[in-house]
Ligand binder design. Structure first.
Ligand SMILES: C[S@@+](CC[C@H](N)C(=O)[O-])C[C@H]1O[C@@H](n2cnc3c(N)ncnc32)[C@H](O)[C@@H]1O
Length: 366
């Protein structure tokens, strides 16, 4: 069992079974043993590969997209480019490399990275060492100073802790994590709901609550409310890219990945990545309630093609060796293909309703 297991064990012995969001928050963010605090999870030698790590084209296109948003915001002389959960800093480094020649944009930039992991901040510092515009790190989004902004978040929402509820014969119970009787492993249990839980199950799920799982991500709701408030007060645009669903139809999406393979999410706390699919329906609804314009979600494939990833790949291939050409084609397919990330990953933008519609969302997807 992992080092974190002993911590979870004493916590459960003292407090009783833990809600799933508590378990996820500890497993990912515990200051000493949390998954994002102890090692580099990205790339071939890590546990998973994210889009910016697949190809420079991803960060470059998001850099261009941010610049277009800045122009739509009226090209302010000072402007915040915010990234939530920047991982190794690759997306921002690739974005900056591409836009650094556009001086009116580059000179206006203040980069703000919201990152909780001190270890990943170190990687981000190294990745951005050559960038000479001001870069600031924050623990939380609320610490980013006021001002017009573009916010980017790739595979950020899926890392936020969820709660899970199981429905059987019309009765919902919260799924919790307990110790086995022998005290040597973790196991699932559940608790009855009480009046203060105020569970808001979507009607489509409530009607057929037969062995159903309903997931809620309170941390994502809080962040979408906060970003919506910022958009309305300060004028800004936010872009989220993540895997998830467009309609809340229920189901268990909580998963662990270790060494590029799925694992039992209760077996390796602190040593496996834990995620859940993003509920884009809630993101749209919460932003819409705040008066924010919602564009998408569209698939990542559609979004990147709309931004010109095909042309970018072509121009990179011009100066590439045969092997590099093959790598560029493979990366293009991984980022945009229907059987790879292109369809599973979705892109949604939230923007001030007075601004023009953000680029990239034209779609004839069904
Ligand atoms: C799956 S990684 C994605 C990394 C990067 N965006 C990429 O695409 O390669 C999730 C990132 O979010 C960070 N993170 C997780 N929870 C966070 C939180 N509550 N606040 C800020 N960053 C967080 C992690 O440390 C990590 O950098």
């Amino acid at each position: 069992m992992s080092a974190l297991f002993e911590h979870l064990k004493s916590r459960i012995q003292a407090e009783g079974p833990l809600s799933l969001d508590t378990y996820m928050a500890v497993a990912l963010g515990h200051p000493e043993h949390g998954y994002y605090r102890t090692g580099d999870p990205f790339g071939g030698a890590g546990d998973f590969v994210t889009a910016p790590e697949i190809s420079q084209m991803f960060g470059e296109l998001l850099g261009l997209w941010s610049m277009v948003c800045w122009r739509q915001l009226g090209a302010p002389a000072s402007f915040n480019l915010v990234e939530l959960g920047p991982g190794r800093g690759t997306l921002m480094a690739d974005s900056m490399r591409l836009v650094s020649n556009v001086l009116p944009f580059y000179n206006a930039l203040h980069v703000h990275l919201v990152e909780t992991s001190p270890l990943l901040r170190k990687y981000q510092r190294a990745a951005l060492a050559a960038i000479d515009c001001p870069i600031h790190w924050h623990e939380q989004l609320v610490q980013v100073p006021n001002g017009p902004f573009v916010l980017l978040a790739n595979e950020f929402l899926d890392a936020l802790p969820i709660r899970q509820f199981a429905g059987k014969a019309g009765v919902w119970r919260e799924r919790l994590i307990d110790l086995t009787t022998a005290g040597d492993a973790l196991e699932w249990t559940s608790r009855a709901l009480c009046a203060t839980d105020r569970l808001d199950v979507p009607p489509a799920l409530a009607a057929g609550a037969e062995n159903q799982i309903y997931e809620v991500c309170p941390a994502a709701h809080a962040i979408i409310r906060e970003i919506s408030r910022m958009i309305m007060m300060q004028k800004g645009v936010a872009l989220f890219i993540d895997y998830g669903y467009v309609l809340q139809t229920g189901g268990d999406t909580f998963q662990a990945v270790k060494n590029h393979k799925y694992a039992d999410p209760l077996l390796h706390p602190g040593e496996a990545d834990l995620t859940a699919h993003v509920d884009f329906e809630s993101v749209s609804r919460l932003a819409g309630l705040a008066g924010v314009r919602v564009s998408g979600p569209v698939t990542q494939g559609t979004f990147l093609r709309n931004l010109g990833i095909g042309q970018r790949a072509k121009s990179l291939k011009k100066a590439a060796s045969t092997e590099q050409k093959r790598d560029i084609e493979t990366a293009l397919e991984r980022l945009t293909g229907d059987d790879t990330m292109g369809r599973l990953f979705k892109v949604i933008a939230l923007s001030h309703p007075d601004l023009p519609e953000p680029e990239g969302f034209w779609s004839n997807e069904k």
